[in-house]
Design a protein around this ligand. Structure first.
Ligand SMILES: *[C@@H]1O[C@H](CO)[C@@H](O)[C@H](O)[C@H]1NC(C)=O
Length: 147
């Protein structure tokens, strides 16, 4: 392949890869616009800690679990209960395709996460949140974000 072709191809791949990561304050802004600050008693810093601990702010993260189900997106939402991935049985409680939870506009993922928080006792369903975010000082997650 000639150098003229290779360079645009490589930089394109880099852009696609980086695009799956959302910046902390950009995410804070979207969460704020979607009225998550105070939703069911959780604040923006709780949501940021949750997203970081689950996905490292990787919008397109997909992870397979030992039981054959998959976790999708920023909040690592599980296909067995919350979304349909057409691979295994799903309760599909959010009435959403798992692939939609990877959409860069974040809306399906946020709506499904709201449903999880209101239907299943807050953020405690996320084990990592319980271990690393619950009951800790979290306000530093918003440092430097102008909302
Ligand atoms: C984001 O997650 C996807 C799917 O799990 C993975 O292929 C990709 O490398 C991740 N991106 C980063 C920047 O970690």
């Amino acid at each position: 392949m000639t150098r003229e072709l290779l360079i645009p191809l490589v930089s394109c791949l880099l852009v696609v890869n980086e695009a799956s990561l959302i910046h902390r304050c950009d995410l804070a802004r979207v969460l704020y616009q979607q009225d998550l600050n105070g939703f069911e008693g959780y604040f923006l810093s709780d949501w940021l800690c949750l997203a970081f601990i689950e996905s490292n702010f990787n919008i397109s993260k997909v992870n397979e679990n030992a039981d054959g189900s998959f976790d999708y997106g920023l909040f690592q939402i599980n296909s067995h209960y919350w979304c349909n991935d057409y691979k295994s049985h799903s309760e599909n409680l959010c009435h959403v395709d798992c692939q939609d939870l990877l959409n860069p506009n974040l809306l399906s993922g946020i709506n499904c996460a709201k449903m999880i928080v209101s239907r299943s006792g807050g953020m405690n369903k996320w084990v990592e949140w319980r271990l690393h975010c619950a009951g800790r000082p979290l306000s530093y997650w918003l440092t430097g974000c102008h909302l």
